[in-house]
Design a protein around this ligand. Structure first.
Ligand code: NAD
Length: 300
């Protein structure tokens, strides 16, 4: 009799606990949707630990916020401490959880320490988004050996290093990798040799890693960005004599609605690719650009 009463009580407690956690998860997602205006895709990413390099601004920041709205815990690796702390606080204020490990990714040891920091804190890594970079305009005519090599370090050497250091943890979880890349690798831009070469490598490493990591069940894809308004893009366009006219000209060349891709559209695709719902997508370069790369030539 006593046994049945105790086991019934335990069952009720367990049921209450489950209901409580469901309520918390629902409330957290609702808050995230309401306070940072992010809808929810139901990608089953609850508690997933995802490293996002350059997560303190622009595209990376939005990736962190969308991941958080899906229940994941984004781990920002960025050299901008103030911005990194701001993003973590904004996510926390909206009911999510995020982590920030400051690091200058041009330093390989800093990459290793940042990965270790995440493993020490959370014990696992479910996903890696390589995103940090800068279109630094190292041209052929005005560049030097040091400027060119520094551009590769700024834009692509850390993509390799982060994947290299995170790999043992990703193998444990059958995690996924997404490389953010640029249309510049395919269309060119001129006057930015280091950045263009880096994006070519970002793309090529996707195929190479996807083949190498097949046996571990790790998927690797790239999201190719063309024109997306971010602090970096704003800075770049403001170098022009007439930024507004330049912007109008660029928009007019984007087939879908003559508008730029939003950071949210990029972040949604990255988050989807990190989830099990994208289980069949591997080794792909996905252009989230309103048809800019593949359609604009046909429009002329
Ligand atoms: N915005 C676009 O239109 C566009 C187009 C094509 C590709 N991209 C790519 O998207 C990525 C993100 O660009 P964004 O426009 O969001 O830029 P952004 O400048 O707004 O954000 C980049 C973030 O990366 C961080 N970062 C850069 N170098 C770093 C380093 N060495 N160590 C640590 N942190 C570093 C910066 O501090 C910043 O927080 C870049 O790799 C860029 O090549 C952007």
């Amino acid at each position: 009799m006593i046994f049945y009463a105790v086991s019934g009580g335990i069952k009720q407690l367990l049921l209450l606990r489950i209901l409580f956690f469901h309520y918390c998860a629902y409330w957290r997602k609702w808050k995230l949707r309401f306070f940072i205006n992010i809808d929810h895709m139901n990608l089953s990413l609850d508690g997933h630990i995802v490293i996002v390099t350059g997560g303190a601004s622009g595209i990376g920041e939005m990736i962190c916020k969308v991941l958080s709205a899906e229940g994941a815990i984004p781990c920002i690796i960025d050299r901008n401490k103030e911005a990194g702390i701001r993003v973590v606080n904004e996510i926390a204020a909206a009911g999510g959880q995020a982590h920030f490990a400051p690091a200058d990714l041009t330093d390989a040891t800093a990459c290793q320490n940042a990965v270790q920091d995440v493993i020490t804190k959370f014990g696992c890594i479910n996903g890696l988004v390589n995103n940090a970079g800068l279109n630094d305009g190292v041209s052929l005519t005005k560049g030097t050996y040091d400027l060119f090599v520094n551009s590769l370090k700024t834009n692509v050497v850390h993509y390799y290093m982060m994947a290299h250091f995170a790999l043992p943890a990703l193998i444990q979880t059958k995690g996924a990798i997404v490389n953010i890349s640029s249309k510049v690798a395919e269309t060119g831009q001129g006057n930015t040799s280091g950045y263009a070469a880096s994006n070519g490598i970002r793309n090529e490493m996707v195929e190479s890693w996807a083949l190498e990591l097949n046996t571990y069940g790790i998927r690797v894809n790239a999201v190719i960005v063309a024109e997306c308004m971010t602090p970096q893009y704003e800075w770049w366009i403001n170098q022009d004599d007439d930024p507004q006219q330049r912007l109008n000209e660029i928009n007019s060349r984007i087939p879908l609605e003559n508008r730029m891709t939003t950071t949210k559209e990029i972040a949604d695709m990255v988050t989807f690719l990190l989830s099990g719902k994208a289980a069949g997508i591997n080794g792909e370069l996905l252009h989230i650009d309103g048809g800019y790369v593949h359609l604009d030539r046909r429009l002329r």
